[in-house]
Write a protein that binds this ligand. Structure first.
Ligand code: HEM
Length: 394
């Protein structure tokens, strides 16, 4: 029995089935609906999601005009519209193309190797603790140029965010913890790293931002710090979620895991299917510039629209048999990284990390037996908090 679409969506704690059934009902009956509780418009079908995410003239990324307390704006690419967005993205986009990232692959392989070496004496590993929490943080820190000895502040910022649960989004302890950690990160970047790279540029992203010129002006410290914070935040917990979801989903489908072990050319398709099946970021947000009609609903101007990436990726109108996990899916235009001008800048990097991590795990362990898991209890992340496997080595 499926709840009526106007009731609140069920939580993800059972791994999804109740939520997926609720969303199927929403796609069929209320594909675009106003959610009283959050005062936002929700979009559930793939086609509508695609339109909202790609039509930047109607659907803006500038959330700050309806959420002035948002604060973290100047230099934050994800809250900008053209032409500023294009200019700023252009400063570093070249560094995230597949070709540019090929140079990074050996460094990612080295980090994965070090992380797995650290648990080489164990017969049970926790993918979250031992691999997926640490790998993306260290990769994005290397890309940005945060020295190893300074990475404690990055861990503290991530931990503060991971304390989010469905019950506590406005809880003063949680909000205070995040603000304190963000303040520490901003001071570290603004008072130490950015000035150091302005004085002595290196081959890293902070140096690139600190020395870039836009319309014949350079970025000021606040812009460089905010863009760097965005990269750090966007690059860590999302990729952690992809790595955890990948290992979990493959363990649920042992036949496909065996196929991957035997034929590594299937790895890219498997990563893409994990992104469709369990997208790390549940929703993508936009604000309407004008009143707009969408799937028969009229959304007024200046309203927050939240596209459900989970639902769009399971829309049977786009993906045949969408609840089936299938690494051989011939076409997979999944929306985990969204689409359009804000398409995730780190998409290729995240895929590269996932492919390297999966190959390394398959090389190192001849057998992985699932022993337990627990989800983070949050609406904003689909992420295993603990994911343990008993491992066997050759
Ligand atoms: C599996 C991992 C990841 C997922 C699922 C993911 C997902 C997303 C999503 C949903 C957005 C919002 C796009 C929109 O507003 O339309 C986004 C934007 C962004 N992501 Fe990622 N992301 C991942 C990894 C990364 C990594 C590793 C980086 C590091 C560079 C990164 C950097 C960014 C940036 C800078 C933006 C803003 C782009 C813009 O507004 O133009 N992401 N990502």
């Amino acid at each position: 029995m499926v709840d009526p679409p106007n009731a609140a969506p069920p939580f993800f704690a059972d791994g999804g089935p109740a939520l997926y059934a609720w969303m199927r009902n929403a796609r069929d009956n209320t594909p675009v609906m106003f959610d009283e509780a959050s005062q936002t418009w929700k979009v559930y079908r793939y086609e509508d999601a695609h339109r909202v995410l790609s039509d930047w003239q109607v659907f803006s990324n500038d959330m700050c005009r309806i959420m002035p307390e948002h604060g973290f704006t100047r230099g934050n690419l994800s809250t900008m519209d053209p032409p500023e967005h294009k200019q700023l993205r252009g400063v570093i986009a070249q560094g995230f193309t597949p070709r540019a990232l090929a140079d990074l692959a050996p460094r990612i392989e080295r980090i994965v190797g070090e992380l797995l070496d650290a648990v080489e004496d164990r017969t049970e590993i926790d993918i979250t603790r031992d691999l997926s929490y640490q790998l993306p943080l260290n990769v994005i820190a290397e890309v940005i140029g945060v020295p190893r000895g300074d990475r404690g502040v990055l861990y503290r910022t991530a931990d503060a965010q991971l304390a989010l649960t469905c019950e506590n989004p406005a809880d003063p302890d949680f909000v205070g913890g995040v603000q304190k950690a963000m303040g520490e990160l901003q001071s570290y970047l603004g008072q130490e790293l950015v000035p150091a790279r302005r004085r002595d540029p290196q081959d890293d992203l902070v140096s690139k931002l600190a020395t870039a010129s836009l319309d014949d002006r350079s970025l000021d410290d606040e812009e460089v710090v905010n863009f760097t914070v965005l990269l750090l935040l966007a690059g860590h917990l999302t990729t952690m979620s992809l790595l955890g979801n990948m290992m979990l989903t493959l363990s649920e489908h042992p036949g496909q895991l065996a196929e991957l072990r035997a034929d590594r050319s299937l790895v890219p398709g498997a990563v893409e299917e994990v992104l469709r099946y369990r997208p790390p970021v549940p929703e993508g947000g936009r604000v309407t510039n004008v009143e707009v009609e969408l799937a028969g609903a009229t959304i007024p101007a200046d309203r927050l629209v939240l596209v459900s990436l989970i639902s769009a990726n399971r829309d049977e109108r786009e993906f045949p048999d969408p609840d089936r996990f299938d690494i051989h899916r011939p076409a997979n235009p999944q929306l985990a990284f969204t689409t359009g001008i804000h398409y995730c800048l780190g998409a290729h990097l995240a895929r590269l990390e996932a492919k390297i991590a999966l190959n390394a795990v398959l090389d190192r362990y001849t057998d992985l037996t699932f022993t337990g898991m627990q989800w983070y209890e949050s609406y904003s992340l689909c992420n295993p908090k603990r994911l343990t496997f008993e491992v066997r080595r050759p």
